[in-house]
Design a protein around this ligand. Structure first.
Ligand SMILES: Cc1cc2nc3c(=O)[nH]c(=O)nc-3n(C[C@H](O)[C@H](O)[C@H](O)COP(=O)(O)OP(=O)(O)OC[C@H]3O[C@@H](n4cnc5c(N)ncnc54)[C@H](O)[C@@H]3O)c2cc1C
Length: 382
């Protein structure tokens, strides 16, 4: 289904970005997956071309572009066969918006130009070993001493964590707050701040070129001007930004499902078994038709949601629905498409084979399917 929000200029932009991906990313994707990372240089190249945070205001080095351009970037990145490139999308449309929405002018002047040029790579660090779904339980504390916060604690599963220069970190500034989430704040912590160190680059079951890391804070002294927004409002900011994060994860899941299915249809039409194309055997035809139907349903729902988001409508209910349904749908698609490839579906050189591992985390990152259903249930008054 053609989205109503795309105009001629978005199609031109898509063509240019698709060419960039075909030239600069796709040919190297398999190698980068085996090397567990993408080159630093790719961030600069994307920045130069305006493919990082194109929505940032022109006065801070961006193009002031609408969310449609971000949607195009996410759709095309998901056709790159490179999971690491998704990390640039996390930077652009999940992390940097925290600074845009809640930062003061000084913070915006200091950080946003580098975020747009690729000079600064960002990560958001909410999750801790003992607190993921239940974010109010985080233990990383930031105690004010004079003009600084002294931060102690640990974060895990931070996308871009190892390569980042700037971390948007959820902390407890008031450990006695009741309810506990009222004691949360957000700090901007720069790489190189004494007491801030990076741990392991975590080895995942897929998405190998995507950086997922551990962060440690040991008597880390952060200047008080690095507080984002107001003290005690951290949880509120997280809940606000998580809606866009969930939309972005749903967009990536949908675009990946479309690409994996497209590749599989191509394969099944050309691979012959018992004298006929794999796609023409009735069981397989039905399987492909079922998948095409699910993918179409996802696209129609998602496009309506993106349109609501662009129009400033509250998407909390529907984005929670999209996040759980589309991320589970892409897992089903990746599983069945792998099966349709037979033994080749087990070979890492086939993107479809890698896709099952790549999409696995989507039902957890940004809030699990179960948490999405809790949000929806609450909003439905159940
Ligand atoms: C690849 C990847 C990238 C990520 N990137 C980031 C990042 O950039 N920054 C960041 O901060 N975090 C990131 N995360 C962390 C992610 O947000 C968490 O993994 C997620 O929120 C779940 O938390 P958890 O892993 O601690 O699971 P838990 O909270 O321990 O949940 C375990 C299970 O219990 C279920 N569960 C929890 N509560 C309930 C309930 N009330 N009712 C029913 N079931 C429940 C969950 O759905 C899940 O199935 C990332 C994770 C992955 C895998």
């Amino acid at each position: 289904m053609e989205a109503r929000f795309y105009q001629e200029e978005h199609h031109i932009f898509r063509k240019a970005f698709r060419d960039f991906i075909s030239k600069e990313v796709k040919p190297h994707a398999e190698k980068w997956e085996s090397e567990n990372g993408i080159p630093r240089d790719i961030w600069y190249k994307m920045g130069e071309q305006g493919y990082l945070c194109p929505w940032i205001d022109e006065i801070y080095g961006g193009y002031g572009a609408g969310f449609e351009y971000s949607a195009v970037i996410h759709e095309e990145q998901c056709r790159s066969e490179c999971s690491g490139i998704i990390g640039t999308g996390v930077h652009s449309d999940i992390v940097v918006p925290y600074i845009h929405h809640h930062g003061n002018q000084k913070q915006k002047e200091k950080y946003l130009p580098g975020c747009a040029s690729g000079e600064i790579i960002t990560c958001v660090a909410m999750t801790e070993p003992e607190a993921g779904s239940d974010l109010a339980k985080i233990r990383t504390k930031a105690i004010k001493e004079g003009n600084e916060y002294v931060v102690n604690g640990q974060k895990v599963f931070s996308t871009n964590g190892i390569n980042s220069n700037l971390a948007v970190v959820a902390v407890k500034t008031d450990t006695k707050a009741d309810p506990p989430h009222k004691g949360m704040s957000i700090l901007l912590i720069e790489e190189g701040t004494p007491g801030f160190s990076k741990g392991r680059s975590l080895h995942k079951t897929g998405a190998h070129s995507q950086d997922t890391g551990e962060l440690f804070f040991e008597d880390c002294r952060v200047p008080k001007e690095n507080l984002l927004g107001e003290e005690g409002k951290g949880f509120q900011y997280l809940m606000h930004n998580l809606q866009q994060e969930r939309l972005v994860v749903a967009m990536d899941a949908q675009a990946t499902a479309e690409y994996v299915l497209e590749k599989t249809i191509e394969y099944c039409k050309t691979r012959n078994v018992f004298g006929s194309p794999v796609s023409s055997l009735q069981h397989n035809t039905f399987k492909i038709v079922e998948m095409a139907t699910e993918v179409e349903i996802g696209r129609v729902f998602l496009n309506a949601l993106i349109e609501d988001f662009i129009n400033g409508i509250d998407i909390t209910l529907k984005v929670s629905m999209a996040k759980w349904w589309i991320t589970e749908m892409v897992n089903r698609i990746a599983y069945h498409c792998t099966q349709l490839h037979g033994g080749y579906g087990c070979m890492a050189e086939y993107y479809v084979a890698r896709s099952s591992g790549d999409v696995r985390s989507m039902t957890s990152a940004g809030g699990t399917s179960e948490i999405m259903k809790i949000v929806i249930g609450r909003m439905m008054g159940l």
